[in-house]
Design a protein around this ligand. Structure first.
Ligand SMILES: [Fe+2]
Ligand SMILES: [Fe+2]
Length: 290
């Protein structure tokens, strides 16, 4: 199979099982590789894009299994979109260096594992994937993806970057409620997402002009109304960005960045979880058997 055929398969096939087909280790040679921009993925009826606003359960309510299941459903949707959009990038940027393309393939493989982990665990909580409407927040950014650098700035530095914060928050809160298995899933995914952001940093940093620093370059690659707010959670764990290879200036600029949405989350209500700056890392993954 050619890599482009595999990417098309992930994008066009409507079934979830098709989107979970792992990549091959070897690919047939590409000839005549033109840029293809697919506007929308194939999806079965229960996985269609929806404009319905579905709120993620509040952290205080994650003592209930049903709310944990709904939360994982929300995260699973991000994984599905990531699988599709890294496949999208393979087709849209045929001139990407081989190392970057191989990174996207590896990321797809890892996102597929994440999606399976979330689905398996939400099923334990009585939730099936597709039970609640799926937003398409990542797909909405398609017109931002002019180049592999802007794709990496939005997908990896921003969305996957924010996921570093959220996976830490949820690992801690699930653990607070005694659900170590779900907490371990979050930590496992966190460790992979550090690698994903790192791949994005590699794709992005080569293009930093000599008269700009990485933060300025990042700002030049994203377009309003998309702002750096998307690149962090309501709690920010700067150490995670350093782990992902971002330089100290970028890490600090992101920390102090504010816009009109800043402060909308009531942080008082999450204080009881003791969400300190210390990170939960993979060395405590005992209960997770993959
Ligand atoms: Fe993921
Ligand atoms: Fe990822």
């Amino acid at each position: 199979m050619k890599l482009t055929d595999y990417a098309k398969h992930l994008l066009i096939s409507p079934n979830l099982e098709d989107k979970l087909l792992p990549p091959s280790r070897f690919w047939d040679e590409e000839v005549d590789f033109n840029a293809i921009r697919i506007e929308k993925p194939g999806r079965n009826q229960n996985l269609q894009f929806s404009d319905k606003k579905i709120k993620i359960p509040r952290l205080e309510h994650l003592n209930l299994e049903s709310n944990r299941g709904l939360t994982l459903h929300h995260f699973a949707n991000h994984e599905l979109m990531a699988i599709e959009l890294f496949a999208w990038a393979i087709l849209a940027f045929p001139n990407a260096p081989k190392s970057i393309r191989n990174g996207w393939v590896k990321t797809i493989e890892e996102e597929q594992i994440h999606l399976k982990l979330y689905i398996k665990r939400m099923n334990d909580f009585g939730v099936q994937f597709g039970d609640i409407p799926l937003n398409y927040i990542f797909w909405k950014q398609l017109n931002q993806f002019h180049s592999l650098e802007s794709f990496s700035a939005v997908m990896s530095l921003s969305f996957e970057g924010a996921n570093l914060d959220y996976s830490q928050v949820y690992a801690k809160v699930f653990s607070y409620f005694g659900d170590n298995l779900t907490s371990d899933i979050m930590v496992y995914i966190f460790e992979d997402e550090v690698k994903h952001v790192k791949r994005g940093v590699r794709a992005f940093e080569k293009s930093i002009p000599p008269n700009q620093n990485s933060w300025e370059h990042y700002l030049s690659l994203i377009q309003f109304p998309f702002t750096p707010r998307r690149a962090k959670g309501y709690l920010y764990f700067p150490e995670t960005r350093t782990l992902a290879g971002l330089d100290s200036r970028f890490v600090k600029e992101l920390e102090v960045y504010e816009d009109e949405y800043t402060g909308r989350v009531n942080l008082e209500s999450v204080k009881k979880f003791g969400l300190g700056s210390e990170l939960m890392r993979k060395n405590r993954l005992d209960s997770l058997s993959l």
